[in-house]
Design a protein around this ligand. Sequence first.
Ligand code: AMP
Length: 537
Amino acid sequence: MQGTMMHFPLTLTGILERAGRLFGGVEVVSRLPDMSLHRYTYRDFHRRARALADALQAAGLRRGDRVATLMWNHYAHLEAYFGVPAAGCVVHTLNLRLEPADIAYIVNHAEDRFLIVDDVLLPLYEKFKDKVHLQRVIVVPLSKGPVPVGLTDYEEFLKSATGEFAYPELDENEAAGMCYTSGTTGKPKGVVYSHRSLVLHSLTEGMVDSLALGHQDTVLPVVPMFHANAWGLPFTSTMVGAKQVFPGPHLAPEALLDLYEREQVTVSAGVPTIWFGVLQALQQQPERWHLVPGLRMAVGGAAAPEAMIRGFDRLGIRVIHAWGMTETTPLGTVSYVKRDLRDVPEDKSYGLRAMQGIPVPYVEVRSVQGDAEVPWDGRSMGELQVRGPWVAASYYRLPDASDQFTSDGWFRTGDVATITPEGYVKITDRIKDLIKSGGEWISSQDMENALMGHPAVAEAAVIGLPHPKWQERPLAAVVLKRDAQCSVEELRGYLAQRFARWWVPDAFVFLDEIPRTSAGKFLKSSLRTRFKDWTWE
Ligand code: AMP
């Protein structure tokens, strides 16, 4: 027997229409390159996103055509997030931190037809324009300067709308967005988000036990809109009609804190790199900024060290630690203390929050070693595999990558994890970063997080290097806080109190900075190359 409910497609146009109709007066604020603030309301956003859809159709784009964006976080990118899919096309966000040759590869692989680019990013476009075949390049005049000859002014393009736009009848499984993973090895791989997956992801992300996004919130995504859809925040915020604030290209701690105060931001999101800086700025000048009490900061993309969670707590800022990937749209797990663990001692409670968390509804997890699922005992390590309605089932035009998907329908994340009996996922490493010493695995992330809890340490990365006797042994690369001093013996002793003796790194090196990927994660392959000829004493 079938249910008697309507067949109602889950498409982004529903979110756009609702926002225009119900939340017309809510503001969208964007920091422009010259530091000034651009303000308008959902009413303007709705009109302009529809005009963009209209103009794209009038310019000859067809269902499923890809429109690339090379943009910072701001109002026009938000318009593309909704306007492009509303035309039946696919918004393909390009990572502006990649090498020009990689961007060209991605544009060509995705067969992008149009590109929307910030005027301030035209110098980057110049570096790959001869390697791609775009039919039209539309320039957003953020700096109000003239648009180069041969390119289209975004504002003029919007004016070319016919005014007779009607939403196409979209199937919820049609592609709406696209993003290439910024992996540290191999060619980038394209993930294609459907309308349905983005809508379901938004519904889940807004839930109280997820990021708890509501209409009363003011949301500032620091995470770039070219990285896993800024973790879906622009979609979810628009769904609930929250005020949205975009930092543009200004991501320095002071600039962010200024926006938090000025716009009374209640929720922000980004990678730990950003929060290290914000936390330090706040600790150095605790009186300077007047932030909304209870400001929530979603931290993901890399592990949120316990010391960071505690540091923000002391300032009245609540860290929400979450795990996800480009392939999971990205929300997979969120860490909060379950009710039957409410009375655990404070240390244990922080330990839980520093884990990656429990799966959100409809994301299923398992940890697999060899062919067998390992028990949820909080100790057994295996590869984390996930499945769910917003988890990729394949990559775009990349049949060779099928080994990332299991024959029984799970996605192999490449992360190594334990799962506790209560269902908390704890990422211990990337598979390729695991250190194997004397036949036993050592988890680098646990030690990094512990090191980053030492008062003198700003950042730490632990890598495995070849060892004649043990196969591999750990080396810790440590960045000390400004003006801090600390000896190797001190760090060794500090770790020895917390870990088995054979886990403690044999070598410590002090660096000025840890190399990072375009997404701000530790680039351990670069460290391994740098220290590949290391000789153990
Ligand atoms: P990306 O697809 O670029 O977003 O990268 C996804 C990867 O980032 C995951 O596979 C993890 O290795 C890492 N990651 C994301 N969130 C976390 C987290 N909360 N803790 C540890 N690693 C994370």
